[in-house]
Design a protein around this ligand. Structure first.
Ligand code: NAG
Ligand code: NAG
Ligand code: NAG
Ligand code: NAG
Length: 404
């Protein structure tokens, strides 16, 4: 198989190529039948010393290109004319960033066997572990950089397990030994019960439901808004009030306009995803990225594989098994490692709200190292942070204050 790794980028407007990212495939599985596509950008500060961050998107099934073009990555894609500008707030200013299309069927990743297309949380953990060690074998100059595993949203359910298995692999002497330092979770799904159950409480704190609805809900549903007994009519009624109050709220940021297929002109997730799809489906872009001929059906590339996407209470599909229910046991085991964790939430996120994360932390006997206090960004409160520790494990938890 050709192994040409290309340093490249292409501007959507002019079609000119620049040297920005290294893009390539790494094969995983017994016969390397699963070819995982990645984007790697060196830190613009000090690539020899700066942290090395393996970072995946949510969904599951959201491509690394989403981070590259509309999130914390180095570029900003204009939804109007598909031109690219540099992102002044990119994480690549302080870290080496590796964005991966995790699993065949996500972004430009694909499989050469039938078996390789069948995905799950467990497959994701195994392939991520194999991927990162292989990447380091190919790029040993980054072996000494402090390594962090990082993910957004849905990835919160898998990143702790990936991190734990990497520590355990190191302990077993798997090669190469990684300089693993910890993990980072942004607005994570942590537990398929606790995360979703916290939405009711969050809706109350955000004044989306009234005192009356809230108190009645606690009483009628016994503070369980997920595994509801449908026979319990009074609870169903409370949940109906909650649904009515929140069904036209933008769950990712309740201050933003609500958007769906019927109002696609708003600057919302739909519009961003469409722009990325348009950008990546053009031949000039796929050539610049060195995408292998015939692996992507013409015009069919999607930034999010919607057949995998998880919603509350969803069952497994033929494409993806949601087989890790909770990340708690993995966090708990990580507390015995030499490990730093950073978890943060947008304070107006109702998809995977901060209330659920706080609930998890409160359930563990941590020592508070630095109490809850504001932190400042350009003289304004940027959010709040608290630090915990246990032996050699430290957890920094922060909220990010959403600005108008
Ligand atoms: C593309 O659109 C952005 C606004 O999204 C604008 O700032 C920029 O000037 C436009 N570039 C070109 C080449 O038209
Ligand atoms: C989504 O993933 C499945 C395999 O799980 C694959 O068959 C399908 O082609 C993928 N869809 C897209 C749009 O890439
Ligand atoms: C999941 O499967 C169960 C049992 O087959 C079914 O009762 C439930 O409605 C399904 N849930 C969804 C969201 O499809
Ligand atoms: C904490 O880390 C130090 C230095 O790596 C090590 O010597 C010590 O044994 C560790 N303590 C625990 C409880 O793991």
């Amino acid at each position: 198989m050709e192994m040409v790794c290309r340093r490249t980028w292409v501007d959507g407007g002019q079609g000119s190529q620049v040297d920005l990212a290294m893009v390539c495939y790494i094969g995983v599985g017994k016969k390397e039948e699963v070819q995982l596509f990645y984007y790697f950008i060196e830190s613009s500060q000090n690539p020899e010393k700066d942290p090395f961050i393996f970072h995946i998107c949510g969904g599951p099934g959201a491509s690394g290109l989403l981070v590259m073009l509309v999130d914390t990555g180095p570029l900003i894609l204009s939804a109007d004319n598909l031109t690219l500008t540099l992102n002044p707030d990119s994480w690549t200013k302080v870290a080496n960033m590796l964005f991966v299309d995790m699993l065949a069927g996500n972004g430009f990743s694909y499989s050469e066997t039938e078996e390789g297309w069948r995905n799950s949380d467990t497959v994701l953990v195994a392939e991520a572990n194999e991927f990162i060690r292989k990447f380091m074998i190919d790029h040993p100059k980054f072996l000494s950089n402090p390594l962090y595993m990082s993910g957004i949203s849905y990835s919160g359910i898998v990143i702790p397990k990936i991190t734990l298995e990497l520590y355990e692999g190191n302990e077993r002497g798997e090669q190469p030994i990684l300089n693993l330092q910890g993990y980072i979770l942004s607005s994570p799904l942590m537990d398929r019960f606790m995360t979703f159950n916290s939405k009711f409480e969050t809706a109350y704190r955000m004044t989306l439901i009234s005192d009356y609805i809230y108190k009645l809900g606690i009483h009628n549903c016994n503070a369980n808004y997920v595994d509801t007994n449908l026979a319990n009519g009074v609870c169903a009624k409370s949940l109906q009030s909650y649904e009515e109050c929140t069904s036209h709220i933008n769950m990712n940021n309740i201050l933003e306009a609500y958007c769906d297929q019927s109002n696609p002109n708003l600057d919302c997730e739909e519009a961003c995803n469409k722009a990325v799809n348009k950008w990546a489906n053009r031949e000039v872009a796929q050539q610049a990225l060195n995408v292998r001929q015939g692996t992507i059906e013409k015009g069919k590339w999607q930034v999010l594989n919607t057949t995998w996407r998880y919603n509350q209470g969803m069952n497994d599909t033929i494409y993806y098994s949601y087989d890790i229910f909770s990340s708690f046991p993995h966090h708990k085991k990580l507390r015995t490692k030499n490990c730093r964790a950073l978890i943060f939430n947008g304070d107006h996120d109702l998809s995977f709200p901060y209330v659920g994360v706080e609930g998890w932390i409160a359930s563990i006997d941590f020592k508070v190292e630095a109490p809850w206090k504001p932190y400042y960004v350009q003289d304004q409160v940027g959010g709040y942070e608290i630090k915990y520790s246990l032996n050699n494990y430290t957890l920094a938890y922060a909220t990010v204050k959403i600005r108008p």
